[in-house]
Ligand binder design. Structure first.
Ligand SMILES: [Zn+2]
Ligand SMILES: [Zn+2]
Length: 375
């Protein structure tokens, strides 16, 4: 910026370069216009008030430059500063709405469970053969336990933060908000106002950051919640069709004579089917997106960074290689903590509190798909 201004002054015309062209152009034009106006005023009045006005203008200009000037200042920095109040508002709203969202998830899940126990399960018990009853009881309760367990753990487990008391750990940069070193894969969460190890994203539905220590809980919750919604939606489909045709009859000239319990059942089953089907589609899409990221050994944040880096290297004729991608299956084993075959049952299909591999600070870049791993 300094260079741009000096060139501008010495040559008497606009000389800009790169990204500075647009941002410095309008400032230069404004500055020139103000200078001409003040010179004209000074000539007209011969000093006095216009001199003081000139001094004030020069002082204001120096003050303004001193507030934002450094060698890295550009239009992006200025835009960031201008939008800082907007970011602050969004972050605070997200922080406070997190509590509301957690209550909403708990309330809606509880309402679905109550409707299933009151209206769906009695129908299954009274009309289905015993082997279907057994399957529904086992599958339904297994999904319920897995959803509740993983949601509780994802919400209450800290994603992990860089140590405050230690300084001798590998870092790739310094966080400008925390003014502390950042280990690889660590990013600052503006909602939580803290750096998060292997940060994926801030989830308002959990009111928590998703990072190194709760990534598995978050993903398992998404999977089991989707499966639970698909299960409820498919199981209550026939009941929904019956309830829907019954509700249509409410608006006929001679409405059918339903008891209050039957009317409540119809409305509850319609609510259950619409809610579980919608969540199954929306959360299913999100779960597939995260499954794709895990297969590639990336977090949501790294997805954007790696794409930019791949593009930048491609322009130079080079190929980007993600150092955290250890092969599709090994990425899954690392996330799920599967070290033995039996772990697929005890750690994936059953509730498990085992910690993730590694501390989220040191990362093994030498681990490859040829390294010995249990299948
Ligand atoms: Zn930070
Ligand atoms: Zn956060």
């Amino acid at each position: 910026m300094c260079e741009t201004h000096s060139l501008t002054a010495s040559k008497g015309h606009r000389v800009c370069s790169g990204g500075m062209r647009v941002s410095s152009s309008w400032r230069w034009q404004l500055s020139q216009a103000m200078r001409l106006v003040l010179r004209w005023c000074r000539r007209q009045r011969g000093g006095g008030a216009s001199d003081r006005l000139w001094e004030l203008w020069t002082y204001s200009k120096v003050l303004l430059k001193s507030l934002y000037f450094n060698s890295l200042s550009n239009s992006d920095t200025l835009l960031d500063c201008a939008f800082e109040p907007v970011y602050w508002t969004v972050d605070n709203v997200t922080r406070w709405f997190g509590v509301v969202f957690v209550c909403l998830v708990t309330l809606l899940t509880s309402s679905v469970v109550v409707i299933v126990y009151l209206f769906v399960l009695p129908t299954i018990l009274s009309t289905y053969p015993y082997y279907w009853i057994l399957w529904h009881l086992c599958c339904g309760h297994w999904l319920l336990i897995m959803v509740v367990f993983h949601y509780y753990k994802a919400t209450t487990t800290s994603a992990g933060h860089p140590p405050k008391d230690k300084v001798n750990f590998p870092s790739v940069s310094v966080c400008k908000k925390c003014v502390s070193p950042k280990p690889p894969r660590t990013h600052h969460c503006s909602v939580c106002s803290v750096c998060v190890l292997k940060m994926d994203h801030h989830c308002p539905w959990l009111n928590n950051c998703v990072g190194h220590f709760n990534h598995r809980y978050f993903f398992s919750f998404c999977v089991y919640m989707t499966l639970g919604c698909v299960y409820c939606s498919v199981s209550s489909r026939d009941l929904f069709l019956d309830a829907y045709s019954s509700v249509e009859g409410y608006y006929q000239t001679a409405p059918p004579d339903f008891t209050p319990r039957e009317s409540t059942a119809h409305k509850s089953i319609i609510f259950l089917w619409v809610l579980t089907s919608s969540v199954a589609v929306a959360l299913g899409g999100l779960t597939l997106w995260h499954a794709m990221l895990i297969s590639r050994g990336e977090t949501s944040v790294e997805r954007h960074i790696n794409r930019k880096e791949a593009k930048r290297l491609k322009e130079k004729g080079k190929v980007f290689r993600n150092p955290h991608h250890h092969g599709r299956m090994n990425n899954w084993r690392l996330l799920l903590g599967v070290q033995r075959t039996s772990h697929w049952v005890t750690r994936v299909l059953m509730p498990s509190t085992h910690p993730p591999s590694g501390d989220g600070i040191m990362w093994d870049y030498t681990f490859t798909r040829r390294d010995p791993m249990a299948i």
